[in-house]
Design a protein around this ligand. Structure first.
Ligand code: T4K
Length: 376
């Protein structure tokens, strides 16, 4: 990113900043790895992190990956998804890229104006004989309408693979949202609520599916002489898995701090004309992974002007998710990518700014951000 507009005396505030544990706490983990010389391929830390995450998240099986994107690509492979997959244009490009990497045609449908997640009412009309699955995204960690999506999937015999990159730890009344659909895919990227530098995972409901996923992420190997699929190398290494175990110790504290920041924004922005905060979606447990605002016409500045103003003041907010995925060159020729098909998503993409939110964001910096927005 080019920060040249930033005045030299300003400390830049980014949309996020990763949480890191004290470095000395990581040394004992490194010593164990140096001692055992077991660096990757389902080593002891890898196995421990899989179990620890199952326990923490309340899910049955987890397969760890090097990052969320390779996990998405592998999730689609594991269920042999082909043809067309219905998905949202309002997400990070990796969602749709995972489809193209599998030779699958994305079919974009519009989003719900409140949740900004895929609109379940729009899915049915997009189904064709080639449709094999739905890939919704729990955008900003807010759960999709999982029941209605499953209902459509059941009627038409479709698989559901959730891109749950934002949904670490999120729960509804029945428990983890990661338990819905056929598979859910997490990202542990540096910018995520739970980060392992890079990392990802597939959450799956049964041991058989996890077994297949484990083959696929290790070249398709079953044993030394048996290869059952054209798998990939998607494995998480021991150093990353060990780091994940350490990170997990701090996750509840990080979520508490995020909650307080979310509350301060909501209070500070409550009466600001033209600044719309996404409402409480009624989750039982939220992760406060992003703080999106929609800058509407009643606000004195355009979204772009406010975005620039924040940058000039050292606040590097982001316009997640502008442009829409459907506007990128590899997608815009698709019939479903035409703007007339996606008016709600287009409007959100044109209005959104994600404000900085991360556990170490100082209250004074947050007050400054709120004042800058109030200044119009
Ligand atoms: N599906 C969804 C819905 C996703 O959002 C993502 C990833 C994926 C799938 C794919 O998962 P992974 O394969 O990434 O595991 C970032 C992330 O790179 C990406 O992981 C994330 N979504 C996306 C929403 O955001 P950028 O291009 O905005 O990242 P970047 O490098 O501009 O970072 C944003 C800010 O964070 C920086 O301005 C400063 C701060 N930062 C970043 C990094 C990398 C740090 O302070 N330290 C760091 O190490 O995409």
């Amino acid at each position: 990113m080019n920060n040249s507009t930033l005045s030299s005396f300003l400390k830049p505030i980014y949309v996020t900043q990763p949480v890191l544990p004290p470095m000395e706490e990581f040394i004992p983990y490194l010593e164990q790895i140096w001692e055992s010389k077991w660096l990757t391929n389902n080593g002891p830390f890898h196995q421990q992190l899989e179990q620890a995450l199952c326990d923490y998240l309340g899910v049955k099986h987890i397969a760890l990956f090097a990052n969320g994107t390779v996990a998405l690509v592998t999730a689609l492979q594991s269920l042999r998804i082909t043809g067309e997959v219905i998905t949202t244009p309002y997400s990070f490009v990796a969602t749709a890229h995972s489809l193209l990497w599998n030779g699958i045609k994305p079919v974009f449908v519009d989003i719900d104006p409140i949740t900004l997640n895929i609109d379940p009412d729009k899915i049915e009309v997009a189904i064709t004989p080639q449709t094999t699955a739905i890939m919704p995204v729990h955008c900003y960690g807010h759960p999709c309408d999982v029941d209605r999506i499953q209902k459509v999937a059941d009627i038409y015999g479709l698989k559901v693979i959730y891109d749950a990159a934002h949904a670490f730890g999120v729960q509804n009344e029945s428990g983890s949202v990661l338990n819905y659909g056929d598979l859910s895919v997490l990202s542990f990227h540096a910018t995520k609520v739970f980060n392992t530098f890079e990392g990802g995972a597939i959450v799956c409901p049964d041991a058989k599916t996890k077994q297949r996923i484990d083959y696929l992420k290790n070249f398709g190997f079953v044993d030394e002489v048996t290869v059952v699929a054209s798998g990939i190398n998607g494995k998480m290494s021991e150093i990353i898995a060990a780091f994940g175990l350490l990170q997990l110790k701090g996750i509840d504290d990080a979520l508490q701090k995020r909650k307080a920041i979310d509350a301060r924004y909501r209070k500070g922005l409550a009466d600001m004309k033209g600044v719309y905060c996404l409402p409480d979606m009624g989750e039982k447990v939220t992760n406060y992974s992003y703080f999106p605002i929609l800058v509407r016409s009643e606000y004195p500045l355009s979204r772009e002007s406010l975005f620039q103003k924040l940058r000039e003041n050292g606040i590097f907010a982001r316009r997640y998710f502008y442009p829409l995925i459907s506007d990128f060159p590899m997608y815009r020729g698709l019939p479903s990518a035409v703007p007339a098909n996606l008016p709600v998503a287009k409007k959100a993409a044109d209005q959104v700014i994600c404000l900085p939110i991360y556990p170490d964001l100082e209250a004074s910096d947050q007050e400054n951000i709120i004042s800058l927005i109030a200044g119009g």
